[in-house]
Ligand binder design. Structure first.
Ligand SMILES: [Fe+2]
Length: 384
């Protein structure tokens, strides 16, 4: 094992009521003007006015940008950049899940470095740290508040650009379960399955280390136990809190170990058809695990993932098969579709184009086994 670089968020506030810790931090850092970046739904739900009240109590004035949408596009990021400039903000405050946080990360990088959003596609393309970002997370899945990844959809190519850049890491992450409790069942399930995919992919990459492993395997076990509870009863505080920790820790794992073929293929699907990220991952995960199960170097990982799922190994047992079965059972339990055809928009004739996008995605580089476009098409077909 060689030298290892670890990236982490600077300050994190956790647990119910954690937002109350923010005013002192704002004063300490001297943020006088902010731009709240969110979507129309959260702006109308009173979530934004609550965060606005916290900013005001620290003497921080704020303007509002409420045009974030799922799978944020270059156009949305550009509009956010203009709003930040017009408001004179010193800090961007994301209120939402991965879409709001990624919009802020992308805008922050362009505001500090100049150029266009598209210039930063790939790995470590910026020079300067992005404009400061505070992430008030309202979902439990993407881990974007802790990772050095962000995703922006190119509206012209209808594909997702994956950016991996330590300069985008947010300054303050707030995981206050008060903001997660009202998440609807479907969103709880899809974001939770995204977190599971992060943990499993981080455990499977060839860049995994003991430091990322401890996070990845812990998160798998916690998500297995608490996601069904959070989906069944959104007011289950313990389940919400454990999911908040697990998705954060899974984010820490993949931010440093990388992801793999599930995310590469899900980015292609999500960008092409504007589908929810967590659902794409959850459908593809068992099929990619079957593909990765053919590689000798993956066998030890499957044993450890199986253990995290609570599977007791017996002689003659195929751990690849057992892990795939456990993943399918969990997805079914939380109501995620099992096949791409159930999404009613995916077409087999698009698979060659999707495979081309997936092979070029930065996440493919860290998959445990090589995958060519033909292999990717086969996995899409199997998942159809
Ligand atoms: Fe993800």
């Amino acid at each position: 094992m060689g030298a290892e670089r670890i990236n982490a968020v600077k300050t994190s506030f956790f647990g119910r009521g954690a937002i109350s810790l923010l005013p002192d931090e704002l004063k300490k850092r001297g943020f006088r003007r902010a731009l709240i970046v969110t979507d129309k739904f959260l702006a109308e739900q009173g979530v934004v006015s609550r965060v606005g009240g916290v900013l005001a109590s620290a003497g921080t004035e704020y303007a509002l940008f409420d045009r974030v949408a799922p799978n944020p596009t270059v156009g949305i990021v550009n509009a956010c950049i203009e709003a930040a400039k017009a408001s004179g903000a010193q800090v961007l405050v994301a209120v939402g899940g991965g879409s709001a946080i990624d919009t802020c990360k992308a805008a922050g990088i362009v505001l500090s470095n100049g150029g266009r959003v598209e210039d930063y596609e790939g790995v470590e393309k910026s020079v300067h740290p992005g404009m400061p970002v505070i992430a008030v997370n309202t979902t439990a899945g993407t881990g974007s508040e802790v990772t050095c990844f962000y995703i922006v959809t190119d509206d012209v190519r209808h594909s997702k650009m994956c950016m991996v850049d330590a300069n985008c890491i947010v300054d303050i992450a707030v995981n206050d379960t008060d903001f997660m409790i009202s998440m609807p069942e479907g969103l709880t399930a899809s974001t939770g399955m995204d977190a599971l995919t992060h943990a499993i992919e981080a455990a499977m990459t060839w860049r995994a280390t003991p430091l990322t492993d401890k996070d990845a395997y812990w998160a798998i076990g916690v998500i297995r136990e608490y996601l069904p509870r959070a989906v069944r009863d959104g007011t289950d505080e313990e389940a919400r809190e454990m999911m908040a920790y697990a998705q954060y820790v899974a984010g820490m794992a993949f931010s440093n170990a990388g992801l793999g073929m599930v995310h590469a293929m899900a980015h292609a699907l999500g960008g092409f058809y504007n589908l929810p990220h967590g659902v794409c991952n959850a459908i593809l995960l068992p099929y990619v695990l079957e593909y990765n199960g053919q590689f000798l170097q993956a066998q030890g990982r499957f044993k450890k993932i199986g253990k995290a799922f609570g599977i007791r190994e017996e002689p003659g047992m195929s751990m690849v098969h057992e892990v795939v079965r456990a993943v399918r059972a969990l997805a079914g339990e939380v109501g995620i579709p099992g096949r791409l055809r159930e999404l009613k928009i995916v077409k087999e004739s698009d698979f060659p184009a999707l495979a081309k996008l997936a092979v070029a995605d930065a996440c493919m580089d860290t998959n445990i086994g090589k995958a060519r476009a033909g292999d990717v098409i086969q996995v899409y077909r199997a998942a159809m």
